[in-house]
Design a protein. Sequence first.
Length: 439
Amino acid sequence: MWRVLFGALTLLVTLLTHQTHAEVSVVPHDVYPGFEVVQLKNDKRHSSNYHLLETGYSKYFTVLDNGMVMTTSDLTPLVNRPVNLLVLEEVGNKTETHDVHLFVINRGNMLTFSHEQLGDGEVIENAPAGTIVEQFPVLHAYGSFPVHYTILPDESGERPFALTEETSTETGFNLTLKRPNQGVRVVTAKPLDRESRKMYNLVIHASDANYISTSKISGVVNVLDENDNNPEFSQEFYSFELRPINMESLEIDRIPKWKRFATIGRVSATDADGDKIAYKLLTPTNLVIIVPQTGELLLAGEPEATADEDSEVELLIEAHDLRSPNSRSTIKPVKVLLKFLTTEPIVKVPEVHRIQKRRVTRAVRPTKKVEFLESEGDIEGKIVFSLEKETEKETYKIRDENPWVTVMSNGSVKVKQKWDYEELGPEKTIDFWVTIHNA
């Protein structure tokens, strides 16, 4: 009785540890003996023993110790016949069966493409669905017809491209062509936005009528910029103030003095297409000029302000990208109000219901000018010079963002990004204002 139970237990363990795997492969009929058909998957942590079982086709094939199934003789007698091989794998105290399904096909009937790769194609952004991807060839398949074409989804599961038959209007993600002289082209399945995505990887799959012989071909689609985005200003309205350099002694001098080419302020715009921006004054004036590359407003003339009266000037400024044809900023240019202040601000005192005038002055230190070589700004974060403190409590902050330098609270001026002489304006200077605070 114990022997019967033990035998039943052994049989049960064998059944539980037996597994079956299936492999499928297509083999050309004219391969030489020793052609590698398929590598069986195995557990690399343990050694395996393989045995090719008799199925009627064993004389044409063999299996090596590493699980590689190879041919041993001419396969011509097996053309257009399904071949089923059975390989037994022994791993320790368990066995696995590998079903190898082969189809031997005449090499002349194997499916191939007219090109090895689609290469790099291109299409303009926002083009309507059905637009042909340029630079891609007309794709033909050679082999047994009809041929089924499928454009595979991308990594996100979407199919932004489709296929169209070369000589008709038939378009879709799947096409079946019946004649060798028919070809397919890649077209867009929807309008594409370059700002969302600039490049797509594309894969086309083809199979013969019986879905036995298959082939794949891939390519890359680059989306070209249409310049469909206008530059946009960072603000809807700008207001800047400027005071004379002799503000503290204006009551005595009585004539305001202005620093020629002093920076009044700066407008800024960005372009979603990534283009460089140029700025232009639309208001005719000799009082102010604008630096086209930076948007800085510089004082070029004498304001009408007197010692007793302020003056204001309103300007219209336009921005456009630097390409041909270029794109304007918006339908309406941005408005900029410039205030040239010489008088004392009016301060209301509610307690006594009277108006009092008080002159407010802002201490402006002399402009500091330092000359450097371009190579001295090669290292980002390098301290190029330090501002002189008048008291230990002074802290510093750069007034407007500058692409080239930044100012630390202790007055150290550091390189923000590597200096490029060619990228600087016509004056080849790096200009910036620093605000000083006394704690």
